[in-house]
Design a protein around this ligand. Structure first.
Ligand code: ZN
Length: 242
């Protein structure tokens, strides 16, 4: 790998060159904003600069997008004023010290997620995190199961069992035995996105693949499913609690 840089509109673009046994040139911007230019051995240094310059606008744009993405998946601090998603909307966390309460309590209060907690614990991020997670899980079980029931009625496709749980890398899974697992973090997505994931998994009970037939069945029940899929693609990083 070789490190290089060019100037474009007063901005410096740093990039690394990877020479490969291949015919085409490709430029990728990695998650941290690192730019990799991979190309055949035969391309001259001057030509490489030309290629990167011609793509400069695109590269800068991409770096910006990647930065935003990584900002949004920054670790949560669990402090008042921090934003948390619920049904696709952002709510400010409001930590209220209350020594009169018997049990910690979380609730939605207008545009806030209000958590009442004993003053000893109010600055204890782990404790706040635990309480908030517990609340999200209760909400998830209640509402996602409710949406599942609605979708099952509408599609007339009934799974053997539905579980709401923590899934690390996916929104939903459907087994060949008809057991559907749904990510509890769907409680943070808009209700139509929640429905999309449920419909997606229910359709897997008819087609255990992502074939054309599968997608057209999804399309029957949700014609604009692509919009929902895009929402997950673009906001997936915001939907996290770590
Ligand atoms: Zn699928």
């Amino acid at each position: 790998m070789e490190a290089q840089s060019i100037k474009y509109n007063g901005k410096v673009i740093n990039y690394e060159i990877v020479k490969r046994k291949k015919k085409n040139v490709s430029i990728t911007v990695q998650a941290e904003g690192k730019v990799i230019v991979s190309l055949p051995f035969s391309v001259s240094a001057k030509k490489i600069e030309e290629i990167v310059s011609s793509k400069a606008e695109w590269i800068l744009n991409k770096i910006e997008v990647m930065k935003k993405k990584s900002d949004s998946i920054k670790e949560k601090k669990y402090i008042s004023g921090e934003k948390f998603l619920y049904f696709g909307d952002e709510f400010d966390l409001d930590i209220i010290k209350d020594d009169t309460i018997k049990k910690d309590a979380v609730r939605i209060n207008e545009d806030k997620i209000e958590i009442r907690i004993k003053s000893d614990f109010a600055d204890n991020q782990e404790k706040v995190k635990k309480e908030l997670n517990k609340w999200y899980m209760v909400e998830a079980k209640k509402y996602i199961n409710f949406r599942v029931e609605m979708c099952v009625e509408r599609l007339g496709i009934r799974p053997e069992l539905v579980r709401i749980k923590l899934l690390k890398r996916t929104w939903g899974i459907c087994t060949s035995k008809g057991i559907i697992s749904l990510n509890w973090r769907l409680i943070m997505t808009p209700v139509e996105v929640m429905d999309y994931v449920i419909i997606h998994e229910l359709c897997h009970l008819k087609h255990h693949n992502h074939s054309k037939d599968f997608w057209s069945l999804v399309g029957v029940y949700m014609p604009d499913y692509k919009k929902k899929r895009d929402w997950l693609k673009h906001n997936g990083g915001r939907v996290n609690l770590t």
